[in-house]
Design a protein around this ligand. Structure first.
Ligand code: NAG
Ligand code: NAG
Ligand code: NAG
Ligand code: NAG
Ligand code: NAG
Ligand code: NAG
Ligand code: NAG
Ligand code: NAG
Ligand code: NAG
Ligand code: NAG
Ligand code: NAG
Length: 679
């Protein structure tokens, strides 16, 4: 090994004794023990270096590439420069007049030629007599001489490099040790990237760009970060995370092969680089980088997006999701992410509906699981069950060494890893997205048929029994039994009653454009619209004063939508979103009766035959509402403007049942109060 004696010696002793010692050292290599400390009487000048006892590290002044500024730093003691720590990173010297020394108050300081302090270890209650020693771990330690107490160490304020036995730490109590990148390869001042540990329930390594997440390792399972592909014994297995009694989480890094020189560097461009000194090349080689592909940029595909390094494009929406902003997405800006195509069953505020088509989970194998996992103390078997029972649980996964994880917010920073890496992530999707759709449909169809059959049978026996009891020709009992039957069949059909999303209706009515307003009923405005399949609809936006809860509302809508008669306007569905309640009706192009009766522009359109057929139609609708339907409905607001006409001028009663929705239960007909609106 070559030893540069002139620079490894620091001495404040007389020139004669110094050169004698130097001579001795250079002649007798084995005995040549370099000084590895700085005291008040043994400062370090710009031209000098001190070397750690095991010859691994050296401390001295240096200039970064393409810069003439002088900094004090710790470097590997090899010809290929690798600076692992910088003292005065923000205040360089512009000449070689600098000194690293112990100041009168015991602090380690960097002074310029004018003896101004450019940098200090800033230990407040330091003592007059202290020593700074460079250890063979690369740690520069300031100790109090009489007591040997550690006052300060460079490992506590790391710059951009992570060495063995260094601790990155993070705690709720405020002590944080993070790496901070250089501004650029020629400027060690603090750059925009920092690396630390995020003390979540499942701790991860986290890289920030100006406090915005930039990269994360995925949760720690006790031996690997499960989102780092290929994290096997050859590479980063020297890492371990430790949680001590005080709740402090810290990382340590012990590499099994102590003879190889290796460290991690947070580059100024935001990559964590594992650098190994290659004997062959005599230079540092990058053997691993955190930025293997674009997918390693945190959340590049936005919420509910998934990144595939070799995909084209790299971002796709998770199954069941679509881009939130199609134009931006196709332009390659994926950050706004994806949104659900269809609402989850469990999010619908409807108790009856919840017996229908249940949501399910889709498996995404080999996934870098999303950020913000919630750790759940439960067995692997229970993990999915517990998630499916809680609508706010959007995804789950279990992993050896971690156990069960649930996600309750946006699923962000998902990456598809190659096989054998990552975890199986299960995401909650509506029934319609499940791969097993067809089989499930068959099951449902069978059960519908079975249910219908059993109803038919019971209806038949019921009728037989009634017929026997009341004698032949009792038609009423037959109708009653038949109605029970059809009512129950209806239950199944009802599940098809569409719930329209707010977006669909807004799109259909040009965002509730005033020119599409058909009128303003007593319960709120009505808009004309057209669904994307071309069907005309009328959307009634109910005024917010409706005091009913969403569940009662939906129940009511369901009951009313069952009333089908050719003289009633059909209720197609509803929408309960964004604090809006809306009813969706079939669209009647020929407007309401009052426009024919009272508007002078359409005189004589209604001849007497038409008028009689209209009157009869209204009467038939009312008979159905009052007598024939299972749900006895009193309209309470019947007027010409509530009679709509179809193409053939057949009348249809609208707004029936709204009094129920607004006025609550009308079984005890409260006839004292006058309801309705002025015609
Ligand atoms: C230094 O400057 C040279 C020439 O401009 C350039 O090629 C080289 O990449 C620079 N080195 C660094 C570390 O910036
Ligand atoms: C070097 O820096 C000192 C202040 O630290 C300043 O007074 C001096 O002019 C600088 N010299 C050059 C050559 O820039
Ligand atoms: C400082 O401490 C060292 C070692 O304990 C001792 O040799 C030296 O005399 C002390 N110097 C002063 C000024 O106290
Ligand atoms: C340790 O590292 C050195 C240098 O990189 C290499 O030659 C040697 O084979 C390694 N030993 C083991 C056990 O991995
Ligand atoms: C991407 O879109 C977001 C808004 O969704 C915007 O804030 C951001 O600046 C865009 N980024 C680029 C590179 O266009
Ligand atoms: C459902 O999950 C949320 C969020 O994780 C949690 O706050 C809530 O307690 C859970 N509810 C039940 C019933 O477990
Ligand atoms: C962590 O995961 C790795 C890879 O799947 C596995 O080999 C290891 O046993 C796990 N660690 C623990 C503590 O379970
Ligand atoms: C999700 O879970 C986390 C951790 O338990 C909790 O802090 C947060 O409030 C939850 N968010 C929702 C929307 O339930
Ligand atoms: C909005 O309407 C247009 C045409 O009416 C249709 O092409 C588009 O798919 C609709 N968008 C949504 C989100 O329904
Ligand atoms: C369902 O009800 C809850 C609370 O009542 C509300 O926060 C949520 O927005 C409702 N969902 C819909 C789709 O209306
Ligand atoms: C009724 O509507 C149809 C279709 O919009 C139209 O052709 C017809 O002229 C209308 N009839 C009356 C009487 O307005």
């Amino acid at each position: 090994m070559e030893l540069d004696c002139s620079s490894s010696m620091i001495t404040s002793q007389s020139p004669t004794r110094g050169s004698l010692f130097l001579l001795l050292a250079c002649f007798c290599l084995d005995a040549c023990t370099a000084v590895d400390y700085i005291t008040i009487t043994q400062p370090l000048q710009d031209s000098e270096t001190i070397v750690s006892s095991g010859q691994t590290f050296k401390l001295g002044f240096f200039s970064p590439a393409n810069s003439s500024d002088r900094y004090v730093g710790i470097m590997f003691n090899v010809p290929a420069v690798a600076v692992v720590w910088v003292a005065n990173r923000d205040r360089p010297l512009n000449d070689s007049s600098g000194t690293l020394t112990i100041s009168g108050d015991g602090n380690l300081v960097v002074l310029n030629g004018q003896k101004e302090i450019l940098w200090s270890s800033k230990v407040s209650n330091s003592v007059a007599n202290s020593t700074a020693q460079l250890l063979d771990t690369g740690n520069l330690v300031l100790t109090d001489n009489p007591s040997g107490r550690t006052l300060w160490e460079s490992f506590q304020i790391p710059t951009d490099s992570y060495l063995r036995r260094m601790r990155l730490s993070s705690s709720t109590k405020g002590q944080k040790i993070r790496l901070t990148s250089w501004r650029n390869p020629s400027d060690p001042s603090i750059g925009s990237f920092s690396l630390g540990i995020e003390p979540q329930q499942t701790p991860q390594l986290f890289l920030w760009n100006d406090n915005k997440p930039y990269w994360r390792s995925g949760p720690w399972n006790g031996s690997v970060f499960i989102g780092v592909p290929g994290m096997d014994p050859v590479y980063l297995n020297g890492f371990s995370l430790v949680t001590d009694d005080t709740g402090l989480v810290y990382a340590t890094f012990t590499y099994s092969n102590d003879s190889g020189l290796l460290y991690l560097e947070l580059s100024s461009s935001g990559s964590i680089l594992q650098k190994v000194l290659s004997d062959r090349k005599g230079d540092w080689e990058v053997t691993w980088s955190s930025q293997g592909s674009q997918c390693d940029v945190y959340g590049i595909c936005g919420p509910f997006g998934s990144c595939k390094p070799h995909g084209s494009p790299i971002c796709t929406c998770l199954q069941g999701f679509e881009p939130r902003d199609k134009v931006e997405w196709e332009g390659g800006n994926w950050t706004s992410g994806c949104t659900r195509k269809a609402m989850l069953q469990c999010e619908r505020n409807n108790s009856v509906r919840s017996e229908g088509k249940q949501d399910g989970f889709l498996k995404l194998p080999n996934t870098k699981v999303p950020d913000l996992a919630e750790w759940v103390a439960t067995s692997e078997d229970e993990c999915g069950t517990q998630c499916s029972n809680n609508c706010s649980c959007l995804a789950y996964a279990s992993y050896p060494g971690i156990g069960c994880m649930h996600w309750n917010g946006s699923l962000i920073d998902i990456q598809q890893l190659s096989s054998s890496d990552g975890a199986d992530l299960y995401i909650r999707v509506p029934y319609s997205e499940l791969g097993k759709k067809r089989d499930m449909k068959a099951v449902i169809a069978t059960s519908v048929i079975a249910a219908s059959l059993s109803f038919a049978l019971s209806a038949y026996f019921c009728w037989k029994w009634l017929a026997k009891r009341k004698g032949k020709g009792d038609q009423i009992s037959l109708i009653e039994a038949g109605e029970v039957f059809s009512h129950n069949l209806e239950q199944h059909k009802l599940e098809e009653l569409p719930l329209y999303s707010y977006e669909t209706l807004a799109n259909a009515t040009d965002d509730f454009e005033p020119k599409n307003e058909l009128g303003k009923g007593g319960f709120g405005p009505v808009y004309k619209g057209k669904l994307s399949d071309g069907q005309g609809i009328a959307v009634k936006k109910l005024s917010k004063s409706s005091g009913q809860g969403i569940e009662e509302f939906m129940n009511e809508v369901m009951l009313i939508s069952k009333l089908q008669h050719r003289n009633l306007v059909r209720l197609l569905g509803c929408c309960v979103e964004r604090e809006e309640k809306m009813l969706v009706y079939e669209y009647m192009p020929n407007k309401s009766l009052d426009t024919y009766l009272f508007e002078s522009s359409k005189p004589g359109l209604l001849d007497w035959n038409t008028r009689i057929s209209i009157i009869e139609g209204i009467a038939r609708g009312l008979i159905y509402l009052h007598r024939d339907s299972r749900l006895k409905i009193i309209h309470r607001d019947l007027k010409a403007s509530n009679i709509l006409l179809d193409e053939d001028l057949k009348p249809k009663i609208s707004d029936f049942g709204l009094a129920r929705i607004f006025g609550g239960n009308q079984d005890q007909a409260n006839t004292n109060r006058v309801v309705g609106t002025y015609p």
